[in-house]
Ligand binder design. Structure first.
Ligand SMILES: [Zn+2]
Length: 343
């Protein structure tokens, strides 16, 4: 045991500050803020129930402990008592309110850099499946998360380590669990048949926080999963590919515009990657450009006899431009009464 400890401590010293939260600057790009591990997805990790912690060791950072397990593996964890004093868990802590922050949209940062995983923070997909109902507008209402269908009684797992903020019956959510994570990110798990955690409890990624169900405003067993930052929901698909169960980024650059209700996940292109390097002024200009574009948007309500080409002609645009704006194909059936964007 002593010998193993010594070896591990030596390893720890040799590995240096591998858990430090500062990323090295990319020298080639003057504007770079963070190194981008974005293109290397992080696989989901379900903890092995047979792996039992046998010892806890201190590290040079008092907040970080090293846990030794019975199978000879080890991992870092954060000291929860010290973590409790972290402003992330002090600010706007409420077991009653879905959004306790009261931050006006205009006061939100243009861009927040969120460390999703590091040496102390792992990830586990809450439930791996194809997304049934997406984030965004749905039958005239806002859908603040994604719906993941699963059989009643299926374990719902914590996506990241963190602290339970809400664990109770909560209106349309039914039985709801809300977790706050070290980055300030919050995750919501709704419609559970059973809640298996209590407010203020610490959880690790992969811990079962409840069982699947259909409580609240729900038409069948599914997990309603939300991601929020400073109280504002954004499309969880920015972070997680639910079908493959992988995290898309180790570090995520959350732009303010993602926090608006209509903003849905778009697979990142090379352009998106380039935008990471925008300065704050460029980011502001980009937001203003998008706002102007939205203000100039024109819509058309489909009437009987309309085709994409007659509509395109009427508004002096093209079929392909309309398809692009609405995410439809030229072959899409135009349902009478549906509103589409034409400019
Ligand atoms: Zn839902």
């Amino acid at each position: 045991m002593k010998k193993l400890t010594l070896i591990l401590l030596t390893l720890l010293i040799l590995s240096g500050n591998s858990f430090a939260q500062e990323a090295p600057m990319t020298m080639a790009r003057a504007k770079a803020l963070v190194e981008r591990p974005a293109l290397n997805p992080v696989p989901s990790l379900i903890p092995d129930p047979n792996r039992v912690s046998i010892d806890t060791l201190d590290t040079s950072d008092p907040r970080i402990k090293l846990i030794l397990c019975s199978d000879g593996t080890w991992h870092y964890t954060k000291d929860h008592d010290l973590l409790n004093d972290d402003s992330v868990y002090r600010r706007a802590w409420s077991a009653e309110r879905a959004n306790p922050y009261n931050v006006a949209y205009d006061d939100l940062p243009f861009r927040s850099i969120i460390w999703l995983v590091d040496s102390t923070t792992t990830f586990c997909v809450p439930y791996q499946t194809k997304v049934f109902s997406k984030f965004g507008r749905r039958r005239g209402r806002q859908h603040q998360g994604v719906d993941l269908p699963y059989p009643k009684g299926t374990p719902a797992r914590a996506a990241f380590p963190g602290k339970v903020r809400i664990a109770k019956r909560f209106g349309g959510y039914g039985n709801l669990v809300v977790l706050r994570h070290p980055s300030g990110l919050e995750t919501f798990y709704g419609h559970l048949s059973q809640i298996l955690v209590e407010p203020d409890q610490w959880v690790e990624a992969g811990d079962v926080i409840g069982l699947g169900g259909s409580t609240g405003r729900s038409t069948g067993p599914h997990l309603h999963f939300e991601t929020r930052y400073l109280g504002y929901a954004f499309d969880p698909q920015w972070l997680i590919d639910f079908e493959t169960g992988t995290l898309r980024h180790g570090v995520f650059v959350l732009r303010r515009r993602y926090l608006t209700p209509g903003s849905t996940y778009v697979p990142e292109s090379e352009d998106e990657e380039e935008q990471i390097y925008l300065t704050e002024e460029e980011e502001r200009a980009e937001e203003e450009r998008i706002a102007r574009e939205l203000a100039a948007a024109r819509y058309h309500k489909i009437r009987s006899g309309d085709t994409l080409s007659t509509i395109a002609r009427k508004y002096g645009t093209t079929v392909s431009a309309i398809c692009k704006l609405n995410g439809i194909s030229p072959k899409t059936t135009l349902r009478v009464g549906r509103t589409i964007r034409v400019k």
